[in-house]
Design a protein around this ligand. Sequence first.
Ligand code: FES
Length: 81
Amino acid sequence: MENSIKICMGSSCYSRGNQENLEHIERYLSERQIDCSVDLRGSRCEGLCSEGPIVEINGQIHGGVNADTIEQLLDQQLILQ
Ligand code: FES
């Protein structure tokens, strides 16, 4: 199964941390050389700004994602063979 990550690039999430979170995700994927097998894309505002920054991993929405929690989330949520 291919993993998918959708990161909210709406202005609220972006300015509250997803700009930084995106860099962390890209580094995480490239360090593990899995950037080709993970579908990473940005989304528009998901209508959940008050819970942001929003990152969706394999269909599960996570709120309040920050630099301290993003790596652990990826460890837990990505399915790697
Ligand atoms: S900007 Fe991300 S939910 Fe609104």
